[in-house]
Design a protein around this ligand. Sequence first.
Ligand code: CAA
Ligand code: FAD
Length: 372
Amino acid sequence: MLKEAVKKFSEEVVAPRVYEMDENEKMDPAIIKGLFEQGLMGIETDPEHGGAGASFTSAILAIEELAKVDPAVSVCCDVHNTLVNTVFRKYASDHLKNKYLPLLSSEKLGSFALSEPASGSDAFALKTTAKKSEDGSYYTLNGSKMWITNSAEADIFLVFATVDPSKGYKGISCFVVEKEMGVEIAKKEKKLGIRASSTCTLNFDDLKIPAENLLGVEGQGYKYAIEILNEGRVGIAAQMVGLAQGAFDKSVSYAFQRKQFGQAVGLFQGMQMQFADVATEIEAARLLTYNAARLKEQGHAFTKQAAMAKWYSSVVAQKASGSAIEWAGGVGYTRETGIEKYWRDSKIGALYEGTSNIQQITIGKFITKEYS
Ligand code: CAA
Ligand code: FAD
């Protein structure tokens, strides 16, 4: 039922706006409003805090369905749920949960601000500082974040900053920062793909935040960040599976319409061998993704499987969307069909929430533990 509802929303509300949003490099506010109205922005949040109280797998299915139509809309919903809401749900005090989760379920968009200009893969080398005031009533935030998804539209930012640089990553703490507290939204990136998804630099210049907006415990922010990213990576895997399927559906449908040499090009065996190859890889990526979600949901270890799902799905998404262009011939290369957009969008899967190298390093750490 959820898949059907998200499919309907994607086809009726998102699809007509995809081309224009990509051309304008801007998310239509009606889409974000629609995601809230559909109950998709607090999908795992409990009903007591205004959410739908659904499972992690439900969140994953919604991301996949949205990505079939627009991976940019999909990542907006994904970051908001699997990164921002989940940090609140898992680690915040009752006070912060009661204050922010209802807003995040109903109207306020969230962003997750970890990366900085000099710390991407090496995320725990971040330089943004949070200094506690002498009377303990507030923290002063200084520094910059880079590449922050949803930041042009967001009201609530989870910002990772160190309260004590001498402690290395054990000084990293997580803060809830509202835009109106004084976040400067600086440069907006002009990107290859997911162009409707905003990606900006944030600057904090002596920005004061109430001490109660420390989320969880000082020095535990690194743990929150990476544990949430383990979950988030399943979300990105789902985004890549949806993207691959969306590209496949569009292009293969076209191949059965397009006639050359007196028959539909999709009927040529040379085409069908390629369809079979890509369809099988999409299915394998989907099963890796669902399996990681299942393990997480049942409380089992899932970090290795999440890394495998994200890495493999991003490879499959690039291959499927690249093949989709070729199967459609010249029209696949033009912007009107939307097929080339999937290919541009696919590239991000190997970069954010940990590059493919980082996923392989994570998998390698488990293999070392198991075999050495
Ligand atoms: N799960 C749980 N804990 C982990 C972990 C994992 N996958 N990887 C590392 N840790 C823990 C370690 O156990 C250790 O903690 P303790 O000291 O408490 O035992 C601590 O982290 C440091 O471990 P390492 O020294 O092995 O880690 P590192 O400093 O070499 O690198 C990392 C750690 C920064 C997490 C790196 O592995 C990584 O994942 N980098 C990628 C960063 C990333 O994913 N950024 C995403 C930003 S958000 C985003 O991108 C959103 C979006 O686009 C939509
Ligand atoms: P680098 O870390 O400089 O990596 C460059 C190359 O070196 C990569 O190929 C990498 O794999 C390789 N490399 C680095 N270290 C190693 C190693 N140890 N072994 C082998 N190879 C290595 N961040 C957020 O905090 N919040 C967001 O919402 C967010 N959204 C994003 C949206 C977009 C569109 C983009 C592009 C990025 C976003 N990011 C976000 C940042 C993203 O997580 C980082 O770009 C990513 O983690 C990689 O960091 P980097 O760009 O600094 O690359």
